[in-house]
Design a protein. Structure first.
Length: 280
């Protein structure tokens, strides 16, 4: 029997030791690389969090530097009253029925254009009874220039039919009843109640009122009904109807959306947006 020598055994042991050492070195290298990557990731994350905080604080500082107090509602109201003593609804009408028709037509259309269309409309359909039986094609031709004439035709005829069937041909005098009519929302109901019946149920919020409410610091809301609620809290009830006309007049004549005349605006001294707009 052949006997294995001591030298042979030692040689095999050394080979295994070298292999194990090599494996350990590889493992150590992988762990070191992972540890380095984790440290790098943690460092980057911390830097990003710090950067985000710096950006947020910078933004807040910017807002604080540009923030100015809103106008006082009482001062605004009195100033606009003096500036526009004849402010009133721009839609031509002789009664609640005509105003209701004109307001429905004014959606996505200027009041001036509506006033060009309504004389023929009221001549052809002087009351809800005639309008309720109108031929849709004929009505569409009359109101075509106001835009969206098919939808408006359906709203006008549906509104007239509802008034005849539910109210005996008389335009209702409450917000709830008006809003149940086809084509009538809160804005239209506010216009009719405030101008035809001298009833202040709310503030009419159109594009001018919405825009000026934001510029004057009266509201930060975007939705008309939320803007209306804030204006109702700021101004006395007896001024709600007039307030809309005053803001609309000012928005059309001075605080024009694309070219505001801040230099000649009587509100420039109290308007929190005057300098910002004029410098942009």
């Amino acid at each position: 029997m052949r006997r294995i020598g001591d030298g042979q055994i030692g040689s095999r042991s050394d080979g295994l030791t070298d292999e194990r050492a090599a494996v350990r070195r590889v493992n150590d290298q992988v762990l070191n690389e992972k540890g380095h990557d984790l440290k790098k990731f943690a460092k980057n994350s911390a830097e990003q969090r710090g950067s985000g905080k710096r950006k947020r604080s910078a933004n807040h500082r910017s807002v604080r530097r540009s923030a100015r107090p809103p106008v006082r509602p009482s001062a605004l109201l009195e100033t606009l009253k003096e500036l526009y003593p004849d402010a009133k609804c721009a839609l031509h009408h002789r009664n609640a029925y005509e105003l209701l028709c004109a307001t429905i037509l004014s959606a996505q259309c200027t009041d001036a254009r509506v006033n060009l269309v309504t004389p023929e409309l009221f001549s052809r359909y002087p009351s809800p009874f005639e309008l309720a039986n109108a031929d849709p094609a004929e009505l569409e031709e009359i109101i075509r220039s106001t835009g969206f004439f098919r939808n408006k035709t359906r709203s006008l005829i549906g509104m007239a039919q509802a008034i005849v069937e539910r109210h005996g041909g008389e335009v209702p005098r409450t917000m709830e009843e008006l809003r149940r009519l086809p084509g009538v929302g809160r804005k239209t109901a506010n216009v009719v109640l405030g101008n035809a019946f001298a009833t202040n149920e709310g503030v009419t919020v159109d594009t001018h009122v919405s825009r000026l409410s934001g510029l004057l610091g009266l509201s930060r809301e975007r939705e008309p009904e939320k803007i209306e609620q804030e204006l109702m809290r700021l101004f006395p009830r007896e001024s709600w109807g007039l307030l809309s006309h005053l803001l609309i007049f000012h928005g059309r004549q001075v605080c024009i959306a694309r070219r505001p005349r801040c230099g000649s605006c009587v509100l420039a001294k109290i308007c929190p947006s005057a300098n910002l707009i004029s410098s942009s």
